[in-house]
Design a protein around this ligand. Structure first.
Ligand code: GSH
Length: 151
């Protein structure tokens, strides 16, 4: 493992994988922020400190909270595959420049996707960032499989 950590491609993968994973984890606190500011909770115990009638007012969904939750889910749909494919790709011995290009474009695309989703930027900004990120994952998968394909 220590030897692997000396490999530049693996170091680059670790860096960008950590950045996108932290970005994804941040969606949790952002959801909490929207829940608190929009007064939108789903669990009885979360509003236990409110009185009877007031409880009902807080136990409701809010479009802003649902938007952040969808953004978080979209991260899971895309960042988890990036992690697995990216790890195998990094281990398959790609050129550093090519690997860096893949990791940087994916990271930039996913950060932009979150801003586009939460700030409600006009389409096709979110759609394009989603496709760009997915394209990177497919490109890494193609590069990986063209080296190791074995049925
Ligand atoms: N699970 C996604 C969906 O239901 O839309 C699959 C397609 C997708 O990820 N589309 C991108 C997106 O941001 C670009 S339009 N979808 C919104 C979302 O997942 O909530």
């Amino acid at each position: 493992m220590a030897q692997l950590m000396e490999d530049d491609v693996f170091k680059a993968f670790t860096t960008y994988a950590a950045i996108v994973t932290l970005k994804m984890i941040l969606m949790g606190p952002v959801t909490v922020y929207f829940r608190l500011t929009r007064g939108s909770f789903t669990n009885e115990e979360d509003v236990a400190w409110k009185s009877g009638e007031e409880k009902k007012k807080f136990l409701k969904s809010h479009p802003d909270v649902e938007r952040v939750r969808r953004c978080h889910l979209n991260d899971l749909e895309n960042i988890v595959p990036f992690f697995f494919i990216g790890l195998l790709y990094a281990l398959s011995g790609p050129e550093l420049s090519s690997a860096l290009l893949h990791f940087r474009i994916f990271t930039g695309a996913r950060i932009f996707h979150s801003f586009a989703y939460i700030l409600v930027l006009p389409q096709p900004s979110r759609g394009l960032s989603y496709f760009l990120g997915m394209l990177v994952t497919f490109s890494m998968a193609y590069s990986l499989l063209s080296k190791v394909f074995f049925l």
